[in-house]
Design a protein around this ligand. Structure first.
Ligand code: KIV
Ligand code: ZN
Length: 513
């Protein structure tokens, strides 16, 4: 169908390339299931050759998610392609996405290859990939800075070898909308077999133009697939935001005249899940999914909205999945009600033992916090999953003292491989004292490079959700922790970050040769 727009979600691959956004297999499966509910067409589940963790995550998603096409990225070499095919084996519908850089700069400096060698390698890769699936996507990396004549040769050759999707990446976010759209249009006009493939856009947001470029690639260039991520997550300034593209196409339907299969009511739940799992908070004024996206502060606007909603709103909050914060559970809720709420939130715990452990934590929380919201349950489950994954460090308890004019003090009890240790520290503030206490024992040498705290539900009784980004030996990880006591939340986040550093998951970046 000419007006069908394919939504290709790469939150779990390009999104995960954001420094600190690495996710566990369980977290990725949870997001993939939410993406299935959102009804995306393709899920790029990872880059199978990047690490054992990526490989296993793709395999788990391929087994757990049945509706969307499951895709793995692979460089244009036999090892990567075979690894992608192996990871995708359980998938009901699978795609291999292979790429090689085509810009003069990348070919010369990064690949150290002549253009003719790149062309040959692209063809060989296509031929090799064909034995595994008929659904193959090809990307000329750094396409927007590549020479057009060379692109025509490469793309014509890979289509002849069976590429079914041609993706045109603006790898470094250099493109501007009209030129990006026109380039795609010219490529399609110049390549005789171009109509044998679906054309796709893949934009990075370095100039804040990723969504505009993607839409220009669709409207001017005739692309019919958009590659995007939830909340625009991605390396550097991020990727095209799925929610913005989908809502632009829907809200301005008369102009775009495009159909996409997305269930828009699942957008906000997906946004919250990705933000909570990765620790990347959504800015309040972010389009569609920001906390202020439907908030009206000025009296004139509020008056207008009360008289007729359309005066100041072009979309309905409920259409993108905003619901009034509901108190979902409380102290008296039983195990069955808790289990049912987990199901409604799309959370599947592996065993009854995990449900019991999560329920015990829920009861603990309900003793301290009278109203439990969905966000509280999601934070709690993340904690429980991390524990089930066998954490090296685990928070046990914290005592803390701070008073104006006094040096803040913290005593933290935490376990290392199951053995409890108590450590004390002082510092400039309570969080500094807590980190110093943990470090006096853990001696990780990690540097705290980012610290954020958000209330996850309304009111002062909300849990604080803390993200701590830690750097060590060139690696960057995000630790997330939630608790009604923000120093405890910080301690949990710090230990979660140390666990990630300790896990030493090394992965290749696909942008490296
Ligand atoms: O930005 C990019 O070029 C990519 C490719 C691997 C498609 O992510
Ligand atoms: Zn990319």
């Amino acid at each position: 169908m000419d007006n069908r727009l394919i939504i290709f979600d790469t939150t779990l691959r390009d999104g995960e390339q954001s420094p600190g956004a690495s996710m566990t297999r369980e977290e990725k499966v949870r997001i993939a299931k939410q993406l299935e509910k959102l009804r995306v067409d393709v899920i790029e589940a990872g880059f199978a050759a990047a690490s054992q963790g990526d490989f296993e995550s793709i395999r788990a998603i391929a087994g757990a998610v049945r509706e969307p096409v499951i895709c793995s990225l692979a460089r244009a070499n036999e090892r990567d392609l075979a690894r992608a095919a192996e990871a995708l084996q359980p998938a009901a519908r699978k795609r291999i996405h292979t790429f090689i850089a085509t810009s003069p700069l990348h070919m010369k400096m990064k690949l150290r290859m002549e253009p003719e060698q790149v062309l040959e390698q692209a063809k060989l890769a296509m031929r090799f990939a064909r034995q595994f699936t008929d659904d193959i996507e090809f990307s000329p990396e750094d396409g927007s800075r590549s020479e057009e004549d060379f692109l025509c040769r490469v793309l014509e050759a890979v289509i002849a070898e069976g590429a079914t999707t041609i993706n045109f990446p603006d790898t470094v976010g250099y493109a501007v909308p009209e030129l990006y759209g026109q380039t795609i249009r010219r490529l399609r006009e110049r390549i005789p077999s171009s109509d044998k493939a679906i054309w796709s856009v893949h934009c990075h947001n370095d100039l804040g133009l990723a969504v505009a470029n993607s839409l220009a690639g669709v409207m001017i260039g005739g692309a019919r697939q958009v590659e995007c991520t939830i909340n625009g997550l991605g390396e550097r300034a991020g990727n095209t935001a799925l929610e913005e593209v989908v809502m632009a196409v829907r809200t301005r339907g008369a102009y775009y005249n495009l159909e996409c299969g997305i269930d828009t009511t699942q957008i906000v739940p997906a946004s919250k899940m990705v933000s909570q799992i990765t620790g990347f908070a959504v800015q309040p004024n972010k389009a569609v999914v920001g906390a202020n996206a439907f908030a009206h502060a000025s009296g004139i606007h509020q008056d207008g909205i009360l008289k007729a909603r359309e005066t100041y709103e072009i979309m309905r909050a409920e259409d993108v999945g905003w619901t009034a914060n509901k108190i979902v559970l409380g102290k008296l809720s039983g195990r069955n009600a808790f289990k049912q709420r987990l199901q409604e939130l799309g959370i599947e715990l592996d065993s009854e033992a995990e449900v019991n452990a999560a329920f015990a934590r829920f009861k603990e929380l309900a003793d301290r916090k009278s109203e439990i919201f969905d966000e509280d349950i999601m934070a709690l489950v993340s904690d429980e999953e991390a524990a089930a994954g066998g954490e090296h460090y685990r928070f046990v308890s914290l005592a803390q003292r701070s008073e104006t004019g006094e040096l803040p003090f913290a005593r933290v009890v935490f376990s290392i491989d199951g053995v409890e240790h108590a450590a004390e520290g002082t510092g400039d503030g309570p969080v500094d004292a807590m980190v110093n206490a943990i470090e006096s024992r853990a001696q990780s040498g990690a540097e705290l490079v980012l610290f954020t705290i958000n209330g996850i539900s309304p009111g002062t009784q909300s849990q604080g959700e803390v993200t701590m980004r830690l750097a060590h030996s060139g690696r960057i990880v995000n630790g997330v922790g939630a608790d009604p006591d923000i120093v405890v939340a910080s301690a949990k986040a710090y230990l979660a970050g140390l666990n990630k550093l300790h896990s030493k998951i090394e992965r290749l970046n696909p942008q490296l040769p």
